[in-house]
Design a protein around this ligand. Structure first.
Ligand code: ADP
Length: 544
């Protein structure tokens, strides 16, 4: 027997229409690429999205057609987030930090017909232009006064494009499983792979992120997503903001600690999200401001994800701003939020040290996400916080196949996706990433977690960034090499670092050498690029 409740499809359109009705005055603030702060409202954003949808129709964008963006976090990008999927087309957000060949691959693979780009990326596109085949128009996301001189052909100006259009649009009644957004992984090996989110998966992910045990975004928040809208939908925050009507603050192209700090302070942000390197920039800027106390700022939560949050970073952020750090885990293939670290009721009386031990875990899966860990034969392992194995996940916002790669079977027999991460699960369901399976150091049949070692090294006061890679060893198979970027103006020695590690890690984890570098390589998503480090040190040999 079937239930008799209404079968309303879960559509991004319903989020937009809800905001247009109930959050008309909700504020959207952007540090504009052209300079200055731009202020608008969800009411205006939804009207301009309707204008954009009309313009796209006139440009020949039909249902199923792909529109790509190469853009910072801004109100115009937000309009694209709504107009494109709500008219039944496919939005593809491209990470401009990828290698040019990867960008070209994505444009071709997604069959993008139009590319919307911020002023900042015009020079990049000019260099690629003669290798781009399918893109018919480039829309520069600015007004006439700021249109650049460019060698690009077929360019349009965003504001001119939408200006003459009607601000109401007859949005189609889509099937909730209609494809909405495609994000490509930054793929450390091979070509980037596409995760194709549907309206349904996006809405369910959005509901989940707003729940109190997850990011807990509500109408009373002011949210500053520093994680870019070109990387996994800025962790879904644009949709969560539109759904709740909270004030949304978008940092634009200015990725400096100074901009983050000023927005945080002047716009009274309560939640901000980003990868660890972002918070280092914020802290470095805050520390450069003499004699200031930032504990009375409105900020309540910093969400750290994308890479492991080290205890020293958590402590610094919490102390400097009197805020709470929420550690979260996810990946492009999981929309991305797969776990968030919130304490449970029973943790209220934990000591500070116990709280920190809990906080550095990557968190519990929200309702909807199921997790298990398995050994190399796919056999499920104990949830005891000790056993570690391959982390497998399933749920309504987890990928089932990559875009245009149906032949690639990426699920196990029970429908779980292999994340490529190695982790533990404890009895309460808190997941801890031990390592990415390719980063773990295999020493004498045992595993050393590069993340754990890095986290400890980061506690040394002269260490800005730390990376551990495995180096081939004749006796132990692999041994850890610790590579350090010192804090500017300091020059720690190997002996300083090893003395600091002594007693904080198991003896046999002690790195066989410590090297110092001037610049740490990062991936397009701001993580330490271990592949480059492995390449640089491929001929490195330990001396004893
Ligand atoms: P990219 O490799 O393009 O950055 P993703 O954003 O999809 O792609 O990266 C997902 C991976 O990032 C995860 O599989 C995991 O290895 C790592 N990751 C994400 N969050 C955390 C975290 N909190 N702690 C440790 N690793 C994390």
């Amino acid at each position: 027997m079937l239930g008799l409740m209404q079968d309303q499809p879960l559509l991004i359109t319903t989020i937009m229409n809800y905001a247009a009705l109930y959050h008309r005055e909700g504020e959207v603030v952007t540090k504009a690429v052209e300079g200055g702060l731009h202020r608008t409202t969800y009411g205006e954003v939804s009207r301009r999205s309707a204008k954009l949808a009309h313009a796209l129709t006139k440009l020949g964008i039909n249902q199923g057609d792909c529109v790509s963006t190469m853009a910072w976090n801004s109100y115009r990008h937000l309009e694209l987030y709504l107009a494109v999927p709500c008219k039944g087309s496919l939005l593809n957000t491209i990470n401009p930090r990828l290698f040019p060949d990867q960008i070209l691959y994505i444009l071709a693979h997604s069959e993008a017909k139009i590319l919307f780009l911020d002023l900042t990326f015009v020079p990049l596109l000019e260099k690629l232009a003669d290798k781009i085949t399918g893109v018919e128009k480039f829309v520069i996301m600015t007004d006439r006064a700021h249109m650049p001189e460019t060698t690009l052909d077929n360019i349009l100006c965003y504001e001119e494009l939408i200006a003459p259009e009607e601000d109401q649009y007859d949005w189609p009644d889509l099937d909730e499983n209609t494809a909405a957004i495609i994000c490509y992984t930054s793929g450390t090996t091979g070509e980037p792979k596409g995760a194709l989110y549907s309206h349904r998966s996006t809405v369910l992910h959005c509901f989940s992120t707003c729940s109190k045990d997850s990011l807990g975004i509500s109408n009373r928040d002011t949210i500053l997503p520093i994680v870019p809208m070109f990387h996994v939908n800025a962790w879904g925050t644009p949709f969560a903001a539109i759904m709740t009507g909270c004030k949304l603050v978008l940092p634009g192209a200015d990725m400096t600690g100074e901009n983050f700090f000023n927005l945080l302070k002047n716009e009274e942000c309560t939640i901000s999200l980003g990868v660890p390197t972002i918070w280092l920039a914020l802290l470095q800027y805050a520390n450069s401001l003499d004699g200031n106390d930032f504990t009375d700022l409105a900020i309540e939560s910093f969400v750290i994800g994308g890479s492991a949050a080290a205890p020293s970073l958590i402590e610094d952020l919490e102390k400097t701003f009197d805020a709470t750090v929420l550690h979260a885990w996810g990946m492009t293939e999981t929309s991305p939020l797969g776990s968030v670290n919130r304490p449970m009721a029973k943790h209220a009386s934990l000591s500070e040290a116990e709280k920190m031990a809990l906080k550095i875990k990557q968190g519990r899966p929200p309702f909807g996400i199921e997790m298990k860990i398995v050994d190399d034969d796919g056999i499920e392992m104990a949830r005891d916080g000790v056993a570690f194995g391959r982390l497998m996940v399933r749920g309504p916002w987890v990928i089932k196949a990559y875009f245009k790669q149906p032949e690639l079977n990426i699920l196990d027999d029970d429908g779980y996706f292999d994340t490529g991460d190695v982790s533990t699960l404890d009895t309460d369901g808190y997941m801890t990433i031990v390592d990415r399976s390719k980063d773990v150091i295999k020493s004498g049949g045992e595993w050393i977690s590069s993340i754990d070692l890095e986290n400890v090294a980061l506690g040394q006061p002269q260490v800005a960034e730390a990376a551990v890679i495995g180096i081939a060893h004749p006796k132990w198979q692999e041994r850890p090499l610790l590579i350090i970027l010192p804090i500017p103006g300091t020059s720690p020695t190997k002996a300083d670092i090893l003395a600091y590690l002594d007693g904080k890690i198991a003896k046999w984890w002690t790195p066989d050498d410590v090297l110092f570098i001037d610049e740490m390589p990062h991936t397009a998503t701001g993580k330490i690029q271990k592949r480059d480090l492995r390449e640089i040190y491929k001929d490195y040999k330990f001396t004893d």
